[in-house]
Design a protein around this ligand. Structure first.
Ligand SMILES: C[S@@+](CC[C@H](N)C(=O)[O-])C[C@H]1O[C@@H](n2cnc3c(N)ncnc32)[C@H](O)[C@@H]1O
Length: 292
């Protein structure tokens, strides 16, 4: 499955890129946004790509260097929260974060899809605990809270209860097992089917917690004035209301403190055509900030 970059033209335009700029793509994945960034900053630009997923880093570095052998391109495995360390004290002139997981993860065998795969869900399998440990060890109330808070799951209590009953028989370790349990709760409650898989919200909630996604965004937001040079812009695409709220408040706060200005007062969202071509983009919100 190919990953189609979300809000690509809006990001490129919003970052106001020019030849020779130094740019950080903090969630480079397969380089969807970075390819376009490179066409704007060449020649003599520099690109630092970061991704937690080690399986993508080498491939993306190789692919980008094949396309642009003379450019200064470096792709590193790690978290965008380590960006200062990766920049080695220097500042960059533009930075983009495209949060969450990509279509490439759906076939990575790590339980991001609803298939017969181990329910792991970590972008970096060397950090943190896999999702199946949460499913098999959290108290019923904790699971219910997690599904409700991070997935806005309306049937969070019933789903948590069914999980706790099932795991008494044997631990739940596969993504398919969990997705079928959730689908069963929905089948018993509703007769009609929605287009979305009924386990989508539960999987989203688990992914966010497993990877500490909200904490990472908070840490990153606090670094922006230090890593971005004056006049530099930061574009963040979020897919979750809690993430978007954090971005919105921080950019607003920075503006009030005179640290910069919001290029977007309201988030940029995909046009209808983009949503039709790439349904994954439907919940995307892009906010852009300029450091002054
Ligand atoms: C939506 S994808 C980015 C897609 C990319 N912009 C493109 O168009 O090809 C998000 C990527 O962020 C990575 N990621 C998630 N959390 C991260 C973090 N804290 N630090 C670095 N990468 C992270 C994931 O592994 C995933 O590859």
């Amino acid at each position: 499955m190919k990953h189609i970059p979300v809000l690509l033209h809006e990001v490129i335009e919003g970052l106001a890129l020019q030849k020779g700029m130094s740019v950080v793509d903090g969630t480079i994945n397969g380089g969807g946004h970075s390819r376009e960034i490179l066409t704007c900053i060449m020649p003599k630009g520099s690109l630092l790509g970061i991704d937690l997923d080690a399986s993508l880093v080498e491939m993306t570095q190789k692919n980008l260097l094949e396309l642009y052998p003379d450019e200064d391109i470096c792709v590193l495995q790690g978290s965008y929260t380590q960006v200062q360390e990766f920049l080695d004290g220097k500042q960059c002139q533009a930075i983009v974060l495209d949060l969450g997981f990509s279509s490439l993860h759906m076939e990575g065998g790590r339980g991001f899809s609803f298939e017969d795969e181990t329910l792991d869900m970590r972008y970096d399998t060397n950090r943190g605990i896999p999702a199946y440990q949460i499913i098999n060890t959290y108290q019923e109330e904790e699971l219910s809270e997690l599904f409700f808070t991070y997935g806005e799951e309306p049937l969070s209590r019933r789903i948590a209860q069914v999980i706790c009953e099932k795991r008494k028989e044997s631990p739940i370790t596969k993504a398919q097992e969990l997705s079928e349990l959730v689908a069963g709760v929905y089948r018993r409650k509703f007769k009609t089917h929605s287009k979305k898989h009924p386990a989508t919200r539960v999987f989203q909630a688990l992914r966010i917690v497993v990877n500490g996604e909200l904490d990472n965004v908070a840490t990153f937001l606090s670094l922006i004035p230090e890593i971005l040079s004056k006049g530099g812009r930061c574009a963040i695409i979020s897919f979750h209301s809690l993430e978007d709220r954090m971005v919105k408040h921080t950019f607003h706060q920075y503006e009030k403190e005179g640290k910069g200005r919001r290029i977007t007062k309201k988030p940029i969202v995909p046009l209808r055509e983009e949503i039709i071509n790439n349904p994954r983009s439907r919940s995307a919100k892009l906010r852009i900030f300029e450091h002054i």
